[in-house]
Design a binder for this molecule. Sequence first.
Ligand code: NCD
Length: 322
Amino acid sequence: MRSTVNHVLSVAQFERPFLFELFRRADELATLGAREAVGTAKGAIMATLFYEPSTRTRLSFEAAMTRLGGAVISAEYAAATSSAAKGESIEDTARVVAGYADLLVIRHPEAGSVARAASVVDVPVINAGDGANEHPTQALIDLYTIWRELGRIDGLTIALVGDLRYGRAARSLARLLTQTVDTTVFLVAPPVTRMAPDVVNELRAAGLRVEETDDLYAIAPTLDVLYQTRIQRERFSDAESYTQACGHYVVNRELMQHLPSEAIVLHPLPRVGEIDPAVDDDRRAAYFRQARNGVALRMALIEWMLQRRPAEVVSSNGHHRR
Ligand code: NCD
């Protein structure tokens, strides 16, 4: 990190050693009981500014901060209830709130907006989703979940399925996979929501095998990870192309029969029909465990951002102790 402030704006800033350090610390924090005090964020205040709906991201950030002994102030419906409704720019809002808090977590519908906010403040800023661009902390949770569930992040075959065009979680995860080795990525999307060519090129340049396909059943038996996503209705300009994008790829019991017994199914959630709830009981359905992992991972991240990481932790060879 060049800046002395530890912002989290894009997955492009993360490299392998940092990832393993973060995952190990998250594991450590996850093993502490819910009531066990951590205290590494004691005295610090996190402000969450959400200009778009959220359940998991905001609440797990707030839970993480609370567990670390810090406090939270929140503009939950910032578009309607903050001064944005009066026309205030995100830069001005960030400048002001940075005077009240030690850490800002911002979700905003416009790509690049959170980076703009970060550029005018001197407290760390987390991008909790900027339009269709990035959702870096979700990608960290996704890769952390893969590491926990499968014991490794290398040598895997991963399918990204659904809305790869507007889905910032899939986009960030794809870009984060450039830090893995010997990885095969299948991109499975309807024509209207294909992954942007710049991301595909970035993955290939990083040495990943990337293949676009429309036959999920054909590749299912080769997968270690099936990453399903929601078609991002709110990002479509017309109802017709949204309808065209829906219903192509559904994870149901039939598809599960084609997946290897050790594979996992992930989804950043919320789901709206692309995973049949009948699959939830299958032990390979890891999406609720993934959501739960958000708290520990975000705790580890907050410690790093506040530079409150206990000195004794860290360093690893990347293998998960199981
Ligand atoms: C995602 C998001 O908001 O980008 N949700 C999340 O943060 N877990 C995915 C989505 O909304 O489909």
